[in-house]
Design a protein around this ligand. Structure first.
Ligand SMILES: Cc1cc2nc3c(=O)[nH]c(=O)nc-3n(C[C@H](O)[C@H](O)[C@H](O)COP(=O)(O)OP(=O)(O)OC[C@H]3O[C@@H](n4cnc5c(N)ncnc54)[C@H](O)[C@@H]3O)c2cc1C
Length: 417
């Protein structure tokens, strides 16, 4: 596949952009592959990319029931950060952050990673103590995070309301400067292009309807809407539908699936220089390069497989946004949408082997897996290729819900993003 460069853009500009290659092909599925990945989101496509690039395994199919990137990867608010409390989480998310920084060059695809800083607000004494605890723990783990007074927070993000008469006054903030955003679609497209270029088959509009196991219990392949496809190794990376697919293999997962919504405003001139999150009033906001304010809400209270959520959740989120940023009171919202997130009891992901030989799972990213995409895909590829976890995902086992060795980001953050 031809390299993207300024010279290629100039050359194609001269000939009406007729010479670009297809970014990926749409091959007919073969009867058998070495590895099947179920789910063409960022994590699944990234896994195929690293399997091919770093482990020399190229006989791979990524099977997607819809279109690639059409799941949570193309629906999220793109916040990237690594300031999680526990050592295991800091290791995994920081591994991802390190990869984000060089991802556009690695993929030869502009994923528009923008380290504009993620500021997490504290609104009460409990928040302040929690944020400072995170900052200390993060620094011990080599993760950048710093405390800001309300005035410093306002200087960093001028639209922020720091009036102490607000219902939830800003009492300070934790800032991770290396945090930021990236273009979600480009991440899926870049990984798909890089994987396809190495021989991976990305098969869209093909739903997995069953997981076949042999007499010895090991995986033999998957039934799909386009017939049976064999493989000795199958990686399930299907976000909100993970428990459905794992059930097909006879594995019950400690997961609940919830709708999670986001919305964008009409586009305006650049006004919002960073990402701001508030776990207490539950809203987060940044500005896209198109000028839209990108706003994220919390999950619905009930489980569901519908990609929509309750209106009251959005209305609550906008109340919070207007209180923190009164300047946006009269903005018009353009559109809203939902995704289905899979949530574990400790709000940390499961990345590793399963009790079924040859079956691997990468799931449970809940409301915050986009930021982990390169790191998660990288260590999951290692796990599939070598049949053992990378040291970075060693703790993120399915077995921890039996053994009790939880990575309890749920208790650490009250929510996990
Ligand atoms: C509204 C919203 C906002 C979010 N905001 C953020 C954020 O700011 N920062 C952050 O870090 N994270 C965020 N997230 C979470 C993040 O989007 C996800 O954790 C991440 O994208 C998951 O990626 P994935 O590749 O695992 O899943 P997905 O992108 O969902 O991919 C899974 C794929 O599996 C496919 N699939 C399912 N069942 C089958 C089947 N039977 N056969 C074949 N294919 C199947 C689906 O169609 C889907 O394409 C947000 C999520 C939502 C919904």
């Amino acid at each position: 596949m031809r390299k993207y460069s300024i010279f290629a853009v100039a050359r194609e500009a001269m000939r009406g952009h007729k010479g670009w290659d297809k970014q990926w092909t749409s091959p007919e599925p073969k009867k058998e592959y070495d590895v099947i990945i179920v789910g063409a989101g960022g994590h699944g496509l990234g896994t195929a990319y690293y399997l091919a690039k770093e482990h020399g395994i190229t006989n791979i199919a990524v099977i997607e029931k819809g279109w690639l990137g059409g799941g949570n990867t193309g629906r999220n608010t793109t916040i990237i950060r690594s300031n999680y409390l526990y050592d295991e989480s800091a290791g995994l998310y920081n591994h991802a952050l390190n990869l984000w920084e060089g991802l556009s060059q690695d993929l030869n695809y502009n994923v528009m990673y923008s380290a504009r800083g993620v500021m997490m607000l504290s609104h009460n004494v409990h928040d302040v103590q929690g944020a400072k605890r995170h900052i200390h723990a993060n620094r011990l783990n080599g993760v950048d995070n710093e405390w800001m007074t309300p005035e410093q927070a306002k200087a960093f993000c001028p639209p922020l309301n720091i009036s102490q008469t607000a219902r939830y006054p800003v009492m300070g903030a934790a800032l991770q400067r290396r945090g930021g955003v990236a273009r979600h679609d480009a991440v899926a497209w870049g990984y798909a292009r890089g994987a396809a270029d190495r021989g991976v088959h990305v098969i869209q509009n093909c739903e997995v309807t069953g997981v076949r196991r042999g007499a010895d219990g090991a995986v033999e392949g998957v039934d799909t809407t386009r017939g049976f496809i064999g493989a000795r190794k199958v990686g399930v990376v299907a976000a909100g539908h993970t428990s459905v697919i794992m059930e097909m293999a006879g594995v019950r997962m400690p997961l609940e699936s919830f709708p999670l919504q986001a919305l964008v405003s009409e586009p305006v001139k650049p006004i919002f220089p960073c990402v701001v999150m508030s776990n207490t009033v539950h809203a987060y906001i940044s500005q896209s390069d198109k000028g839209e304010l990108v706003i994220g809400a919390g999950t619905d209270q009930y489980t569901s497989y519908s990609q929509t959520g309750g209106l009251h959740i959005l209305s609550h989120t906008l109340d919070a946004i207007c209180e923190m940023f009164p300047i946006f009171n009269r903005m018009k919202m353009l559109r809203s949408w939902g995704g289905i997130v899979d949530v574990t009891p400790d709000r940390s992901p499961i990345v590793g082997k399963t009790p079924v030989p040859g079956l691997f799972v990468n799931c449970g990213w809940g409301t915050g897996g986009f930021k982990a995409t390169p790191g998660s895909a990288h260590v999951f590829a290692h796990t599939i290729a070598r049949d053992e976890p990378h040291r970075i995902n060693a703790g993120f086992t399915l077995d921890r819900f039996r053994s009790g060795r939880l990575i309890d980001e749920a208790a650490a953050a009250a929510v996990a993003h």
